[in-house]
Design a protein around this ligand. Sequence first.
Ligand SMILES: Nc1ncnc2c1ncn2[C@@H]1O[C@H](COP(=O)(O)OP(=O)(O)O)[C@@H](O)[C@H]1O
Ligand SMILES: [Mg+2]
Length: 331
Amino acid sequence: MGHDHAIEAEGLVKEFGETLAVDDVSFAVPRGTVLGLLGPNGAGKTTTVRMMTTLTRPTRGTARVAGHDVLTDPAAVRRSMGLTGQSATVDELLTGRENLWLIGSLYGLDKRTIDRVGTELLERFSLAGAADRVVKTYSGGMRRRLDLAVSLVATPPVLFLDEPTTGLDPRSRVELWDVLRDLVEDGTTLLLTTQYLEEADQLADDIVVIDRGTVIAQGTPLELKDASGKAALVVTVSRADDLAAAVERVRGAGLEAHVEEAARRITAPADGLSDVTRIASVFDGSGIEIDDLGLQRPSLDDVFLNLTGHRAEEVEDATGGAANEGEEVRA
Ligand SMILES: Nc1ncnc2c1ncn2[C@@H]1O[C@H](COP(=O)(O)OP(=O)(O)O)[C@@H](O)[C@H]1O
Ligand SMILES: [Mg+2]
């Protein structure tokens, strides 16, 4: 506990009437690292962030930000952190520059500091060219970057980002990831919530997976993937004509082969590299040409499915929806 952790959650609970939105959530984020709070819609991510940023009071438990307790010293918590919420907080009718100026003056910064910091931020977030246009004319990606810039005016050491890339196109998403990596390199501690497994995989040092208000897994991306069980052996043959013969050989070696014809690919649950070597040898001198042979770790999607019994993208109350699409269900 304490000095090495920029953020700590300790048994956080939030009830809304009958709804138990967050149920005993604890974790700690070392200074200068990124924690990904990963979970589907309704998991309790926003509520957790709101408790940690003093916007809502925990029913039980507490949290500390930069060593300050949210219950006993909320003002110090607010001075130590920036927050970018799920909905944009910038003023549509002001320009990008005016938005930064407005926030800077609310924080009580003097004009010269605001000038310097504002110009720096506009450049860092590739908004210098659009600085004097009203925000109304910005693209989704530009708004998100301005949002982030605004939350950095007071240069907080800890930053909370609630689904920072939801609704962004893939290119803007990758651009924002780069900006976030730069921030972390400069020493900022980040807590970001996301529904995207790939995003957590890309950015987070540690991941806390929550579902229905409860922490269901915790670890580095690699640990979570390892814990979710078997790797898969993947063989891709060069010629479609060879596929059947290749399947026969994989099965002959005692593995359970699954075939994807269009991709000329065979996958089989495997124990590790020894299986890869074994399978490689059964193709020796067979005349079957192999494009690719390797071991694939489970994706975070597999991890999530394994832990929760449902895919992260599934809408919870879509009975018989996404999960069964394109599939005939027979009793
Ligand atoms: N102000 C509120 N009043 C009542 N229920 C709420 C409130 N805020 C959130 N909830 C409920 O708490 C649960 C968690 O919501 P939320 O924290 O927004 O999840 P997430 O951000 O992971 O999508 C949901 O069931 C949601 O309906
Ligand atoms: Mg949310």
